[in-house]
Write a protein that binds this ligand. Structure first.
Ligand code: ZN
Length: 250
């Protein structure tokens, strides 16, 4: 077979392989996304839990402070009962009032923290439920990937073998060019030369639709063992006479 016929055979196998791999890539991407979402939900749940703990710890500190203020008030009350002069009595009374106000503020602040912590608990529960939902979705995506792998695994191997076999018939330099173009065009490596107007000898690249010089048409038509590329899209050009035998071998 000619070089162009071999390249078309390779092209055919390469496209089929790419299409199949795309199906697998889709399932792999879905799993990766789903794992990411689970991790994010886990981080959010932990953050909320830590926030709730911090609020409770802050409330406990304030309650301890309030307790020591209360002790001071009780001491003052005892001293008040024992006080012997008016000035001392009034000073103690004024301080007691101050301490009571302070205690009131501390208690309301502790209560405020506790209420916020309770509100956070609801969010913590919701976040935990979200984590479990995300985990379930991740498991489904995992199963989907395993099933898809099992489904197409055999066909994938067949196509890989067919592609390797076709690649073995193409010389190294042309193979390197083919591989490079295949990656750049996502498998659309080959472009047919089409006749736009036979009388006027107008030809075009079927992939990018740009006009091809007559000299290129003649070269492609007469040199099936040489590679000519479209000057616009860089694809390897071929003429319709070649493909039937090429595709029939895959
Ligand atoms: Zn082109």
């Amino acid at each position: 077979m000619s070089l162009i016929a071999n390249l078309l055979t390779l092209h055919h196998a390469d496209r089929q392989l790419r299409a199949l791999r795309t199906r697998l890539d889709g399932a792999e991407a879905a799993l990766a996304k789903s794992k990411h979402a689970e991790v994010d939900a886990g981080i959010r749940a932990r953050e909320l839990k830590v926030q709730a703990m911090q609020l409770r710890a802050a409330a406990a500190n304030i309650e301890a402070e309030s307790g020591s203020v209360q002790s001071r008030i009780e001491r003052h009350r005892e001293e008040l009962n024992k006080s012997t002069n008016m000035r001392q009595y009034e000073t103690l009374l004024a301080d007691m009032k101050l301490q009571q106000d302070k205690r009131g503020e501390l208690d309301s602040s502790a209560l405020n923290f506790m209420e916020k912590a309770d509100q956070l608990d609801t969010q913590v529960q919701a976040a935990a439920a979200e984590v479990s939902r995300r985990h379930h979705a991740m498991e489904l995506a995992e199963t989907e990937l395993i099933e898809r792998r099992a489904d197409i695994g055999e066909r994938l191997t067949e196509l890989e073998v067919a592609r390797d076999r076709a690649a073995a018939d193409v010389p190294a330099v042309e193979l390197a060019l083919f591989n490079q173009l295949a990656d750049a065009t996502d498998g659309e490596t080959m472009a047919e030369v089409v006749t736009v107007d036979a009388k006027r000898r107008e030809f075009a690249c079927a992939e990018c639709n740009m006009e091809l010089p007559t000299a290129i048409f003649s070269a492609v038509a007469t040199h099936a063992d040489a590679v000519f590329q479209c000057s616009t899209c860089r694809r390897i050009l071929w003429l319709a006479a070649e493909p039937e035998q090429a595709e029939a071998t895959v």
